[in-house]
Design a protein around this ligand. Structure first.
Ligand code: HEM
Length: 487
């Protein structure tokens, strides 16, 4: 057994060195993009493992706006600065799917385990998602979603301590599954737990080994296949169940069935939406509460805003619990009449939501900053290039939602957390609504502060920018210590 492991480890090492040797000291390429020196396998590994640090330190070291490195046989060009950014987001020859699939990992794609179905197609996915994420559906589902949040909160009791990066995540997971699938699944806590575990497993498969050697029969490959197969089987069961139902409902699966979609396509839509909700919406909801746990003035302003929405729109009696009163507020008010909460979410996204994005050049060579981007090359960009840049946002690590409304800040500062140009986020309205609902109910029902494990008040932790999927905090865990003040 030990011998087999040693042999496997040695073969992998030799393979890595072999690949690296080919690209060792590539020097300056013909297009004169600065190319990183050293073993390409080390560059690729560091990028996949700690992409934020890798990009930042190499931009600092090289002093260039563009630099190139290899990931296996692929050339990757890291970009920064205004000109390159605008081209990255707006050039029609750049494809956003390939890079994300190859270099990001952890994305559930049905095609990875069911070879006989159609290729993953982002344009189709967007069209299908838009059938289930719109105001009409939000309006239908809002009372049930508020009920979900309320019931979860009842488990917290009247006072205590909770971990936002666990408890709030779980809440967002449930809400997203409800929006993306059907009541039968969302109402079954054991299935929700099983599904959540499969997503964690999938996330764990996005290791450098899993990304560099997707064919290698190790833990990463096994985790990925088990997770996607498990999700596929589970969701197939619910799609079949809904197909056999006597009366169609307004649930997402029924909407997609009525649209004539086959099972695999429906499952792809659900998996993608739950994935986006799980990683992005969960992360931002947790961080909003963490920041507000140390920013009383902003917390008070947000509470006042929510209260005035209830007074203006919720034609319900005071004796009703808060979640019922909140669910009477129309969607248009949630979307358009919450400037304070919007600024808080925006500021949280500016500090925390800084993903590394990818593109691949599918058209002819083109020029950026006087350098050539070859056909077939990948490009990568981390949006902290603007969000954490003094040139656009002064004192960038400070949580200050007021900066978006204060004279003196650069009003033209780009804000990229929802994407821009050719690929803006399809789920922005859904995500904002979910975050606002959670924040509204927590703020109205609880008095809370941010504390450490011993209950001592603490400042917000730093963000682990290298945590590709979830941007969890660095250092000691923090908690929300709460006391219920309203039903
Ligand atoms: C806080 C939550 C979210 C954040 C911060 C976020 C952020 C982003 C960003 C930055 C992009 C652009 C990616 C790029 O340029 O390569 C994007 C694209 C996308 N997002 Fe979101 N997202 C969130 C939630 C969601 C949700 C809940 C869904 C599903 C309903 C979703 C679906 C998508 C899709 C399908 C795209 C690709 C659009 C395209 O390329 O045409 N997102 N998102």
């Amino acid at each position: 057994m030990t011998f087999q492991y040693t042999q496997a480890a040695l073969s992998s090492l030799l393979l890595c060195l072999g690949i690296s040797y080919v690209y060792l000291f590539p020097g300056i390429d013909a297009a004169e993009i600065h190319t990183l020196r050293g073993f390409s396998i080390v560059n690729a590994w560091t990028f996949l493992n700690k992409r934020y640090d890798f990009l930042r330190s190499n931009f600092e070291k090289t002093g260039h706006n563009l630099f190139a490195f290899k990931i296996m046989q692929h050339k990757v060009i890291a970009i920064s600065g205004d000109e390159a950014r605008k081209i990255f987001f707006n050039n029609s020859g750049l494809n956003s799917t390939d890079g994300a699939m190859l270099l990001r990992g952890g994305i559930p794609v049905v095609k990875d385990v069911k070879a006989d179905i159609e290729e993953f197609n982002l344009t189709e996915l967007n069209k299908r998602l838009l059938k289930i994420v719109h105001r009409g559906r939000f309006k239908e589902i809002m009372p049930t979603l508020f009920n979900d949040i309320h019931e979860r909160m009842e488990d917290w009791g009247s006072e205590g301590k909770m971990s936002p990066f666990k408890d709030i995540y779980e809440l967002v997971f449930l809400m997203t599954v409800r929006m993306a699938s059907c009541q039968e699944l969302a109402n079954d806590p054991a299935m929700i737990r099983k599904m959540r575990d499969l997503y964690w497993k999938l996330e764990k498969s996005a290791t450098p080994v899993g990304l560099l050697f997707p064919w290698f029969p190790g833990t990463a490959k096994k985790n990925k296949e088990q997770a996607i197969n498990g999700l596929y089987e589970m969701l197939s069961h619910y799609v079949d169940l809904r197909r056999e139902a006597d009366v169609p409902s307004l649930d997402a699966i029924d909407v997609l069935i009525a649209d004539g979609m086959d099972n695999s396509s429906i499952i792809q839509v659900i998996m993608s939406m739950v994935f986006a909700g799980f990683i992005n919406t969960g992360m931002i909801s947790s961080w909003v509460l963490v920041y507000l746990g140390t920013a009383d003035a902003w917390k008070d302003r947000a509470i006042a805003e929510i209260q005035s929405l209830i007074d203006a729109h919720a034609n319900t009696t005071f004796s009703e619990p808060i979640h019922r009163r909140l669910s009477a507020i129309p969607i248009s008010a949630w979307e358009d009449e919450m400037p304070v909460t919007e600024s808080i979410i925006r500021e949280t996204l500016r500090i925390v939501g800084n993903p590394t994005l990818f593109r691949r050049n599918f058209s002819d060579d083109f020029r950026v900053c006087g350098k050539t981007i070859d056909k077939g090359a990948f490009m990568t960009y981390n949006i902290a290039d603007v969000h954490l840049n003094e040139r656009f946002y002064s004192n960038p690590l400070k949580f200050d939602p007021g900066r978006f409304n204060v004279a003196g800040e650069d009003r033209n500062a780009p804000f990229l957390a929802w994407g821009t140009g050719r690929h803006p986020c399809t789920g922005m309205k859904t995500a904002k609504l979910e975050i606002k609902m959670i924040v509204a109910l927590v703020l109205c029902r609880y008095d809370y502060k941010l504390v450490d494990g011993s209950g001592k008040p603490v400042k917000p932790p730093q963000v682990n920018m290298n945590d590709n999927h979830q941007r969890r905090p660095k250092g000691e865990p923090c908690f929300i210590e709460y006391r219920k003040v309203a039903e």
